[in-house]
Design a binder for this molecule. Structure first.
Ligand code: FAD
Length: 374
């Protein structure tokens, strides 16, 4: 049986970032990444808002807060170094009425305690100067929030990993994992549909929506340890170019309770398009259809602060699915990044529940995995 030092499951942005980071320290061809699709980033990593978050909302000390704040800085540096298209366009979190101002004040305190140092409160005049078409009474301004071309980011990470000697095997789906005392036997279906196995010393599980299934291959009860994934779909609607030009920053209402999501907000893409989303719909069926009947819900969510929009402006755009470990109604859950030694699985590192801000945190997640290994 073929043997490698380290095997990564999943070529989303996180698996690619880990491959790019760790291939610096492993010998040629001793690091392999298995991905079931024929290309990288075919799931959550290409179906998101492409926002470089600042790290404002998450509880201080949580991995989401730490890795996002650090990941934001790393990602801007990486984008500059490798000329990845991105823009630091900034974001306004708005108060739609006076009663939301205390929420903004608590967001300001939370963000600062997480180490986001450039936040400022804007009154109505200051806000109107920046965004004359937004109707709100105050806003928190986050200048270090930006947008990125996530495809170009993944392309560069893939290139770096390959240049440094990693092997990336597309159309290889992992269908079984056995613990062998000193490493893992990973069984996969190859592109010809045959089952083959490979032995690795380190196994890094970055399988996104399927990361819980990988854990269950080892006979671990997902509910006992809180690793079950509850997929939560998020749909987007976009508007015409002429209306898109009326807003130049990302505009967010205050987040939903228990951080179930950041609320339907307005994002801009690098080509200037204005998109709204994502909503949050828990569902076991993994489909990426956008229900056009939800256009009214989107209109209702934003028309109070973007009065220039009509309900007929909203066109179905795309959808993504969050790999949530927070079941409906549960309190906040943090990212899980765990070397499973305490459960008796030396050499297994699980990354579970890597929802937003996972894109922003991708480079710092890779650094964290490197630290766990060394
Ligand atoms: C609607 C939405 C909006 C978001 N917006 C943002 C944002 O603006 N900013 C931000 O920072 N984050 C955002 N996120 C979060 C971000 O997209 C994710 O955290 C990130 O993409 C997760 O990357 P990943 O590599 O862990 O997972 P994925 O991209 O899902 O990659 C996992 C990979 O594993 C592969 N795989 C699964 N099972 C197997 C198997 N058995 N064998 C082989 N391969 C397998 C899959 O095919 C997939 O390619 C958003 C997420 C959603 C859903």
């Amino acid at each position: 049986m073929e043997k490698v030092e380290l095997l990564i499951i999943g070529a989303g942005v996180v698996g690619l970032a880990i491959a790019a980071e760790l291939s610096k320290q492993f010998e040629d061809r001793s690091l392999i990444l298995l991905e079931r699709h024929s290309k990288f980033g075919q799931e959550t990593s290409s179906r998101n808002s492409e926002v470089i978050h600042a790290g404002i909302y998450y509880p201080t000390g949580s991995l989401k807060a730490k890795l996002c704040v650090e990941g934001n800085r790393r990602l801007y540096q990486f984008c500059q170094e490798w000329k990845i298209p991105h823009e630091r366009i900034g974001k306004l979190i708005i108060a739609r009425n006076e009663s939301e101002i205390p929420v903004l004040e608590s967001i300001l305190v939370q963000g600062r305690s997480n180490g986001v140092t450039d936040l400022e409160m804007l009154d109505q005049d200051q806000l109107t100067k920046l965004e004359p078409n937004i109707r709100a009474v105050a806003a928190v301004n986050s200048p270090s929030t930006g947008i990125i071309d996530s495809h170009q980011l993944m392309l560069r990470l893939e290139w770096l990993a390959l240049e440094q000697g990693a092997v990336i095997a597309y159309r290889h789906e992992v269908v079984g994992v056995d613990f062998k005392g000193s490493g893992y036997e990973v069984t996969y279906r190859n592109p010809a549909g045959q089952l083959e196995s490979i032995h690795c010393r380190w196994l890094i599980n970055c399988a996104g929506l399927n990361s819980d299934q990988i854990v269950s291959f080892l006979g671990i009860n997902l509910d006992d340890i809180g690793y079950r994934i509850y997929p939560c779909k998020g749909e987007y609607f976009s508007v015409s170019n002429s209306k898109s030009a009326l807003v130049s920053r990302l505009i967010y209402p205050p987040p939903l309770k228990e951080l179930k999501g950041l609320g339907i907000h307005a994002t801009k893409s690098l080509d200037g398009r204005l998109r709204f989303g994502p909503n949050a719909i828990y569902s076991e069926t993994l489909d990426y259809d956008v229900n056009e009947d939800h256009a009214q819900e989107f209109y209702n969510a934003v028309n109070t602060y973007m009065p220039f929009l009509k309900s007929t402006d909203f066109l179905p755009d795309m959808a993504g699915i969050r790999p949530k470990i927070q079941a409906p109604g549960d309190p906040f859950r943090d990212f899980i990044v765990c070397h499973e030694t305490e459960r008796g699985f030396e050499g297994l590192i699980n990354l579970i529940g890597i929802e937003s801000p996972g894109l922003t945190s991708s480079l710092s997640l890779a650094e964290m995995v490197k630290d766990l290994i060394s």
